[in-house]
Design a protein. Structure first.
Length: 459
């Protein structure tokens, strides 16, 4: 099909005001994880108004709009939950009322990630307007829930409970003008330490769990910060960028960036403020690069000198997630989110690159005020943070690629914004890219690296 790129650009520009209005309407509905009911209703109403062939809300609360007829499916995903606002004093305007200028839209969710929803809904509307839906395909636009709480769990539900498995998925997470083909994975690890309480006036009679944990925390900090010279007792996670320590995947690790770990929460129990603590626990946020597995990450903590020193008094485990969605549905899963990379030559990645080149050229484009962060960066790149791709591609091997309005730097930050031009750019690219998808060239080797699932009985 020969595409009229000027018509696609003009159609996207023509919907600029509608996308801005729609995004501001979504922002106006606070939608932290498990509290997305109102924003889902807002999105459903917009899809119905635009003439989607079918709009539904599944059991978990994901809102799904369909366009086209056919057995094969291509999906566009946007998570519609947000994080909270944190300290309100850090915001210069109301996070949910916000404001707009000629260039930007302000408010919680503008970049992360309701802007992507606005572009997706209207990008597929453009496909219908211009007759661009490929024959034999349906386009599935997903407003997914609970991503901020448990990234990818929403797609575990879609694949296993809804029984939907697209041919490929475009993620609309913010990419700062780039096309992203991979991301580091992550895990949520818990470390528990036992102690023995006693009166605080004679601490030598007890066994202070907080002191034990202090030693362990120091080792975890060293694991993140240290180098990997032979003389280093605790070799740092940077070692995975070295062929010596990661012979099969060091090049993939250099593309994604090194893994990291940090202590994110701490808990304790004690009979009183006048007693020695008898337990202490921490949460560890572990970001995983290529070559690291869920087992290797747990074993790395278990083998730290301080953990070995305290022996059976220490337990290292992976968190589980079982929080009810806004519909009351529970999909229990593990807090493990696999790493993935697609080949740059994969058909679905090429479709987005070819569309971008045809519409806008071979360099990242930006909006006023954003170019300084985009100039000089490769068009095809990767995310720093985690996305629903951890399930789509990392767990299930369904090809996934990212292009979305906004910037990662805006995610979870006060005074969050996105750029109006990005909404237009992304809507146009979605409409063109799916039409350029070379179905005759798709192969089974789209994946360059995938960490896969654990050996737990979890789908």
């Amino acid at each position: 099909m020969a595409l009229d790129y000027s018509a696609i650009r003009a159609a996207a520009e023509g919907y600029r005001a509608d996308m801005v209005r729609f995004l501001r309407a979504m922002i106006a509905h606070p939608s932290e994880s498990c509290e997305e009911k109102e924003v889902v209703a807002c999105i459903r109403a917009e899809m119905e108004k635009l003439g989607y062939d079918k709009v539904e809300v599944d059991g978990l609360g994901n809102v799904i709009g369909w366009m086209g007829e056919g057995e094969k499916i291509i999906a566009i995903d946007s998570h519609v939950d947000t994080v909270g606002i944190g300290n309100r004093d850090n915001w210069t305007a109301d996070p949910y009322e916000g404001y707009e200028t000629d260039e930007i839209i302000y408010g919680r969710g503008a970049s992360d990630q309701e802007g992507g929803m606005a572009s997706a809904v209207y990008g597929v509307k453009i496909m219908k307007d211009l007759g661009l839906i490929p024959e034999g395909y349906r386009i599935m636009v997903v407003g997914s829930v609970q991503e901020e709480d448990c990234d990818g769990m929403c797609w575990q539900y879609i694949v296993n409970r809804d029984g939907v498995r697209p041919e490929f998925v475009i993620s609309t997470e913010p990419t700062d003008g780039g096309i992203y083909r991979g991301q580091r994975g992550r895990m949520e690890i818990r470390v528990d330490v036992r102690g023995v309480s006693c009166h605080g006036s004679a601490p030598e009679r007890g066994d202070n769990a907080i002191y034990k944990m202090a030693d362990i925390i120091a080792d975890i900090r060293a694991l993140n910060n240290n180098g990997c010279d032979e003389s280093t007792a605790i070799k740092g996670l940077v070692k995975m960028l070295d062929a010596k320590y990661n012979p099969d995947h060091w090049e993939d690790a250099r593309f994604l960036g090194r893994g990291t770990c940090t202590v994110s929460q701490i808990y304790f129990t004690s009979p009183s403020r006048c007693a020695v603590a008898d337990s202490c626990a921490i949460s560890v946020d572990r970001r995983m690069t290529a070559g690291e597995t869920w087992e290797s990450c747990l074993d790395e903590i278990r083998n730290l000198p301080a953990v070995r020193k305290y022996g059976e008094d220490v337990q290292v485990s992976m968190y589980m997630y079982d929080r009810p969605s806004w519909t009351g549905e529970v999909y229990e899963t593990e807090a493990y989110f696999p790493t993935w990379i697609n080949r740059e030559s994969a058909a679905h990645v090429r479709a987005l690159v070819d569309a971008h080149v045809a519409l806008f050229g071979d360099r990242r484009i930006g909006a006023p005020g954003s170019m300084s962060t985009r100039e000089g960066r490769p068009l095809t790149d990767k995310w720093t943070f985690s996305t629903n791709g951890v399930a789509i591609q990392g767990r299930y091997g369904i090809p996934c690629v990212g292009f979305g309005p906004g910037a990662e730097s805006q995610a979870h930050a006060p005074n969050e914004i996105t750029w109006k031009q990005d909404l237009v750019t992304c809507a146009a690219l979605y409409a063109a890219a799916i039409s350029l998808y070379p179905t005759e060239e798709k192969t089974g080797d789209a994946t360059q690296f995938r960490a896969g699932a654990t050996n737990n009985d979890i789908q």
